[in-house]
Design a protein around this ligand. Structure first.
Ligand SMILES: Cc1ncc(COP(=O)(O)O)c(C=O)c1O
Length: 463
C-alpha cells in the first residue's frame, strides 16, 4: 500500500523536527557540551534538542523557566503548561492522588465520570450537540494515541481508508498517525492526500473566497484518493493549523472542507491537541471558533492532549456512543496508564483552574493585544510579512531581504531571542513562521517584554 507520492509532500517542506534544532558543535559552555555528548551516548540521535545552544532547566513557575545558572526565560512557546509551569493546583492534586491510590481504569473511579461529564459539557458551549449523539470520553496518554484511535474509528465508521490532511500537518508519532503527518513523514503513503492553506496567508481574505479556495483544495484531494482507488474515511484537521504556520481566519472557512468530505462519505476528526482547552480565547475548543449559527461546524470525533494535564501525560478523544459500541463489538480498547486515578486528578485540576482563573478570557484579551502589538511592529519591520492567530496562539511569518520565506533567518531570530531570555519556536511548511503559544496566564507585561526584545532582535538583524 505504501507508495512514494512525493507530489503530496513537496521537497521544500521543512520537517518539523529539523526546525530550530541543536547545533552539535561546541556551545562554548563545557557543562552543556558534556551533557549533549552524554545524551547522544545514552538517549541516541532520535532524541531531538531545541536551540543551537541547548538549555538545561532547573525549575519553572508561571510563564517563567529558570536554567541551572539561575537565568530566567519568558516562555512564549510551551502550550502544554496551559495554566503556567509548576501550577500548584495540578502538582497538589497529583501528589495527593499518588499518595492514596493510582491504578488503571479497569476499576471503578467516580472521579473519572465527574470529569467526563464536565468535559463533555464544554462541547457545544451549552447548546445541544446533536451531531455527536451520546458523546463519550475515551482517555489515552498522548495525543498520538488519541489520533490513532480516532483513525481506527473513522475506518470502521466509513469502511474507507483514504485520509485528507493539511500539507504540513502533524498528528503524532505512532506508525499509523506518522503516516498522516506530512511535516514528519518524508514519504506519504498513497492513502493520504493533502490540501494547501496558501490562500489564507492574509487573514483579511473574505470568508466566501476562503471557503471556495479550501473547497477546491479538498475536492482535489478527494479526487486524488479516488484516482488511487481509495474512498474517503476522514478529514483530520487541527483547526488552528499549528504546524502549517497558524491559519485561524476567516472563521467559518473550515465548514466548506467538512461539507465536501461528508459528501464523499468521510468523517471529520477535529484534532484539538493544539487549539483545545481555551487557548484561542474565543471558545474552549478550536473547532467551535469556526462554528457559525447558520453553518455549524460539527466534528464526528474530537481528539486532544497536550494542555489537558498541564504536563501530566493525559489525552483522549470524544466519539459517539454507537461508534464506540461498534468498535467494542469487534475488539476492546485498553490502555494501561490512560484514565488512571492520577491522570484524572491532573485533568480535573486543569479543567477547574482554567475556569477559576478566567484563562480563556485572558487568552482572548491578552492574545488580541499581543497580536495588535505584533501587527504594529510589522508596519515598521520588513522582516515580518504577516501576523495571524487567535487568542494566545499567534503565527508571525518572517521573510528575508528578498521577501522570501527563510528558515535559516527564522532560526537565527529564534536563537537570538533565546539569548535575550525569550523562548519561541518555528512552524510552517518553510519553517519560517514564529509560533507563539505561551501559558494562558501570560500578562500584558509579558507581552511588552516580548515585543521589546523582539524589536531589538529584528533591528539588530536587519541593520
Ligand atoms: C496537532 C497535534 N496532534 C497530535 C499531536 C501528538 O500529540 P503527542 O505528542 O501527545 O502524542 C501533536 C503533537 O505535537 C499535535 O501538535
Amino acid at each position: 500500500m505504501s507508495n512514494d507520492h512525493q507530489d503530496d509532500n513537496p521537497p521544500s517542506l521543512k520537517p518539523i523536527l529539523d526546525q530550530n534544532a541543536c547545533d552539535f558543535s561546541a556551545s562554548g559552555n563545557l557543562h552543556i557540551d558534556g551533557l549533549v555528548q552524554e545524551r547522544l551516548q545514552t538517549l541516541g540521535p532520535t532524541s531531538v534538542l531545541f536551540y543551537r545552544k541547548p538549555l538545561e532547566f532547573d525549575h519553572g513557575q508561571g510563564v517563567w523557566l529558570f536554567d541551572t545558572d539561575g537565568n530566567r526565560y519568558l516562555d512564549a512557546y510551551n502550550n502544554v503548561a496551559v495554566l503556567g509551569h509548576a501550577h500548584p493546583a495540578v502538582s497538589d492534586a497529583v501528589a495527593a492522588q499518588l499518595q492514596k491510590i493510582n491504578s488503571h481504569s479497569r476499576y471503578l473511579n467516580k472521579a473519572g465520570h465527574t470529569y467526563a461529564q464536565q468535559l463533555l459539557a464544554t462541547l457545544s458551549a451549552g447548546e445541544d450537540c446533536g451531531f455527536l449523539p451520546d458523546p463519550r470520553l475515551v482517555m489515552t496518554c498522548t495525543g498520538s494515541e488519541a489520533n490513532d484511535l480516532a483513525l481506527r474509528l473513522a475506518f470502521l465508521a466509513t469502511g474507507a481508508q483514504g485520509v485528507i490532511v493539511s500539507e504540513a500537518a502533524y498528528h503524532g508519532n505512532t506508525w499509523l498517525v506518522n503516516q498522516i503527518s506530512p511535516s514528519s513523514c518524508r514519504q506519504l503513503p498513497d492513502w493520504v492526500a493533502t490540501f494547501s492553506l496558501d490562500a489564507l496567508q492574509q487573514e483579511d481574505i473574505p470568508v466566501h473566497q476562503a471557503m471556495a479556495a479550501i473547497r477546491e483544495e479538498i475536492t482535489r484531494a478527494i479526487n486524488t484518493l479516488k484516482s488511487r482507488g481509495y474512498g474517503v474515511a476522514a478529514l483530520i484537521a487541527d483547526s488552528i493549523f499549528s504546524s502549517d504556520g497558524v491559519f485561524a481566519h476567516p472563521t467559518g472557512f473550515l465548514t466548506a472542507a467538512v461539507d465536501e468530505v461528508r459528501e464523499a462519505g468521510g468523517v471529520f476528526i477535529a484534532d484539538e491537541v493544539q487549539p483545545g482547552f481555551a487557548r484561542t480565547g474565543e471558545a474552549f475548543w478550536g473547532y467551535l471558533r469556526h462554528s457559525q449559527a447558520q453553518q455549524p461546524l460539527q466534528p464526528d470525533i474530537i481528539s486532544f492532549g497536550k494542555p489537558m494535564g498541564n504536563g501530566y501525560p493525559v489525552a483522549g478523544l470524544i466519539a459517539p456512543d454507537n461508534l464506540l459500541q461498534a468498535m467494542a463489538d469487534k475488539e476492546g480498547y485498553f490502555n494501561t496508564f490512560a484514565g488512571s486515578h492520577a491522570a484524572v486528578a491532573a485533568a480535573q485540576a486543569v479543567l477547574t483552574t482554567i475556569g477559576m482563573e478566567g484563562l480563556q478570557e485572558n487568552a482572548r484579551h491578552t492574545g488580541a493585544a499581543f497580536k495588535q502589538e505584533l501587527i504594529t511592529l510589522a508596519d515598521s519591520c520588513p522582516l515580518i510579512r504577516s501576523v495571524r492567530g487567535a487568542g494566545l496562539f499567534i503565527g508571525v511569518d518572517l521573510v528575508n531581504a528578498h521577501g522570501e520565506p527563510d528558515a535559516e533567518l527564522t532560526s537565527q531570530i529564534i536563537n537570538a531571542l533565546r539569548e535575550q531570555g525569550i523562548l519561541i519556536g518555528a512552524a510552517g511548511k518553510h519553517g519560517s513562521t514564529l509560533k507563539i503559544r505561551p501559558p494562558l496566564c501570560f500578562s500584558q507585561d509579558n507581552v511588552a517584554l516580548f515585543i521589546s526584545r523582539f524589536r531589538h532582535v529584528l533591528t539588530t538583524i536587519h541593520s
